[in-house]
Design a protein around this ligand. Structure first.
Ligand code: PEP
Ligand code: MN
Length: 300
């Protein structure tokens, strides 16, 4: 395989990629990306960010949508980018969105924190080169029928243009059984972790295609060494304009992150769960204790 930049070689550590000053991937803390398939309006994105803040460290939402039918909703496009920017400013969560053309890269790169290359574009080589010249990290999804070698070579295309911040995302591959939308290839996750030094995340939503399968697949992904997850969730999952069948509710997404915590701990990782606020009585009693000490000091 003629991959000179993506392969692990003698490196044993995963490369840590900084997404913002306080969110990174490839380190002890898992990257947990949550959010809807599609940015539908400001209101649903605001609701999503406020419910997910404290359970995820990145919010997703497609604004340029690769739909099977040209008559299906194609995304909010530039207006959607402004929504992502507003939601990120208000919540402090970094954002990721898919780009499908060089022009999308130009408009999205200054606004979002990560660019996503979707499955259908994994071998769009001119697009890979374009994100290779962009300033933001790239989440590269595995093509629907791509081999592990083709996947690594797609990462190499991006890296060879200068952008070394590539995160591989296993999202299921096509097979003969249509019960699940795709087959989640956790073997590839283990192999990619061994073959490359790049962070590897898993999207169980597009793999499963059914929301009831998503949580357990997410747990399995973390148990086998994934550096993070990308999961679709929505304030009203059944009403999602795209991928409704696989979307978790926002509450189910937050509950899932709590279930991931012990698995993460078992494999030496942490989840971005906000620490519960200290109990009120504790704060009160500490205040009382310190004023009691002050009283004591004054009296002495
Ligand atoms: C998505 O993340 O919304 C998406 C279209 O994913 P994929 O490219 O994996 O199908
Ligand atoms: Mn989707």
């Amino acid at each position: 395989m003629d991959a000179r930049l993506a392969l692990a070689g003698t490196r044993t550590e995963t490369t840590k990629i900084e997404i913002t000053s306080n969110v990174s991937v490839g380190d002890k803390q898992l990257l947990i990306v949550g959010g809807p398939c599609t940015v539908e309006d400001l209101d649903m994105m605001t609701q999503s960010a406020s419910a997910l803040k404290g359970s995820v460290n990145c919010i997703r939402g497609g604004v340029f949508k690769p739909r099977t039918s040209p008559y299906a909703f194609q995304g909010m496009r530039e207006e959607g980018l402004e929504i992502l920017a507003a939601v990120s400013r208000a919540s402090g969560l970094p954002t990721v969105t898919e780009v499908m053309s060089e022009r999308h890269v130009e408009v999205a790169d200054p606004i979002v924190d990560m660019l996503q290359i979707g499955s259908r574009n994994m071998q769009n080589f001119e697009l890979l080169k374009a994100v290779g010249r962009a300033s933001k990290p790239v989440i590269l999804k595995r093509g629907l029928c791509a081999t592990i070698e083709e996947f690594i070579m797609a990462a190499e295309y991006i890296m060879s243009e200068g952008n070394h911040n590539v995160i591989l995302c296993e999202r299921g591959i096509r097979s003969f059984d249509s019960f699940t939308r795709n087959v989640l290839d956790l073997g590839a996750v283990v192999a990619l972790k061994q073959l490359t030094h790049l962070p590897v995340v898993v999207d169980p939503s597009h793999a499963a295609g059914k929301r009831e399968l998503v949580p357990d697949l997410a747990l399995a992904a973390i148990a086998c060494g994934a550096d993070g997850l990308m999961i679709e969730c929505h304030p009203r999952p059944e009403e999602s304009v795209s991928d409704a069948r696989q979307a978790l509710s926002l509450q189910d997404m937050c509950d899932l992150v709590k279930r991931i915590e012990p698995i993460a701990q078992a494999v030496g990782r942490t989840v971005p769960l906000a620490k519960p606020a200290p109990a009120k009585e504790l704060v009160v009693s500490q205040t009382l204790q310190s004023s009691a000490r002050n009283v004591g000091t004054t009296a002495a």
